[in-house]
Design a protein around this ligand. Structure first.
Ligand SMILES: Nc1nc2c(c(=O)[nH]1)N[C@H]1C(S)=C(S)[C@@H](COP(=O)(O)O)O[C@H]1N2
Ligand SMILES: [Mo]
Length: 376
């Protein structure tokens, strides 16, 4: 008994000593940065670096001068902006593939990259583009060195739209390939938004309504958050955005360009107009209004709306024998696979997205239609 007590006392003492030792050996925290950051972004030419992450186990810092010393190409390139405006440039710089060669890699090996600028702008470049295009790390445009907001490097991808031509490049993130998850649930964006708190949002001269994306994500209650959201706009424009970036913004759902992803903290070039589809992992959001524009409408017993089967197919919903329809208030009803094409998704007189099925009982008319998922 006494012996046991002694052993316990000894063990307790040992534990205390260990904790003290660990605490004392912990590194002293560096004092917080007090500078205004001016020294991190030298306005001079010397020592500027571009970071490449994800290529090797640790980040690579490439001195900009080293990039400029690589063999350059000079090409005429046309930039096309989102509004369709075209501009011709003569750009000079090495190609990204030659930089990668220094690390024993090539563009073909990569499944995606994200270009990050010093002003908060960033954009993902798909594997498709990596495999088919030259990516120029331009240091000279039209024979001139780059201006202050563009230097030290402007990425130019001839034949691709200007949103990829990122100025003030500071980082290239090499992305891991993520297998595309199968879509198991499709939600109607308008109904989801109607469940969130609308805020006034000033957009140019107009005061519109917007909801926080974070709130939409909470409503979705996803089991695991994917890294990216994939968007398709009503004009066919496609783009991926990091979920970290998306979740900090808003969706403006009234007025010009709605449904529009935007944020007061993001450069305008990162806004996404007229969102038709937004896929995140195994969930897809679809806008009934944009679907009506993209897919057209049909009329079933004086209800004019989108064909349900087409809507869910375009959203990538996997085929199933039966489907469960859910309303915003939790009401559910099941339909059979062969009933999909009988359905129309329309806006009722109260402005609610609603389902109507030709020749099916009235209980299949789901008001505030929120989601559809396959069952069995
Ligand atoms: N650093 C940075 N690069 C950027 C942007 C930005 O906001 N910041 N906008 C992009 C977008 S969306 C477009 S359309 C073009 C516009 O290029 P321009 O001003 O030369 O026409 O730059 C791209 N590169
Ligand atoms: Mo743009």
């Amino acid at each position: 008994m006494r012996k046991q007590v002694r052993i316990l006392q000894f063990l307790a003492l040992l534990l205390v000593m260990t904790l003290v030792a660990v605490a004392c050996s912990a590194p002293v925290e560096a004092p917080a940065e007090t500078g205004n950051g001016a020294e991190e972004q030298p306005s001079g030419q010397e020592g500027e670096k571009i970071v490449i992450s994800g290529l090797e186990s640790t980040d690579i810092e490439v001195i900009v001068e080293e990039i400029k010393d690589l063999k350059s190409v000079t090409v005429n390139a046309t930039s096309v902006s989102s509004s369709g405006e075209e501009n011709q440039y003569t750009v000079t710089g090495p190609i990204f593939d030659d930089l990668l060669k220094k690390y024993g890699k090539s563009q073909d090996d990569l499944s995606g990259i994200r270009l990050v600028a010093g002003d908060g702008y960033s954009i993902e470049v798909s594997q498709e583009i990596l495999q088919s295009r030259d990516i120029i790390l331009a240091h000279t445009i039209d024979g001139q060195p780059l201006d202050e907001k563009t230097r030290p490097i402007r990425v130019v991808i001839p034949e691709e739209r200007a949103m990829y031509w990122i100025r003030n490049l500071v980082k290239i993130e090499v992305l891991e390939s993520a297998p595309k998850a199968e879509v198991g649930r499709v939600l109607i964006l308008e109904t989801l938004i109607s469940q969130a708190n609308a805020e006034d949002y000033t957009y140019y001269e107009s005061t519109d309504k917007a909801v926080k994306v974070e709130e939409l994500l909470e409503l979705l209650a996803l089991e695991s958050l994917p890294d990216t959201a994939s968007f398709v706009a009503s004009d066919g424009f496609e783009k991926n955005e990091q979920l970290d970036i998306f979740s900090k913004g808003y969706i403006k759902f009234t007025g010009e360009d709605a449904p529009l992803f935007l944020s007061p903290d993001l450069p305008k070039g990162m806004h996404i107009k007229s969102i038709y589809l937004c896929s995140m992992g195994d969930v897809a959001l679809v806008s009934q209004q944009m679907a009506a524009e993209v897919l057209g409408t049909k009329e079933v017993k004086d209800k004019v709306g989108v064909d349900l089967k087409e809507l869910i197919n375009k959203a990538g919903l996997a085929d199933a024998d039966k489907y469960l329809l859910t309303a915003a208030d939790g009401y559910t009803v099941e339909i059979l696979r062969e009933d999909r094409e009988k359905g129309v998704v329309f806006i009722n007189s109260k402005g609610q997205v609603t389902t109507f099925f030709e020749d099916l009982p009235k209980n299949t008319q789901v008001k505030d239609f929120l989601s559809i998922e396959g069952i069995e």
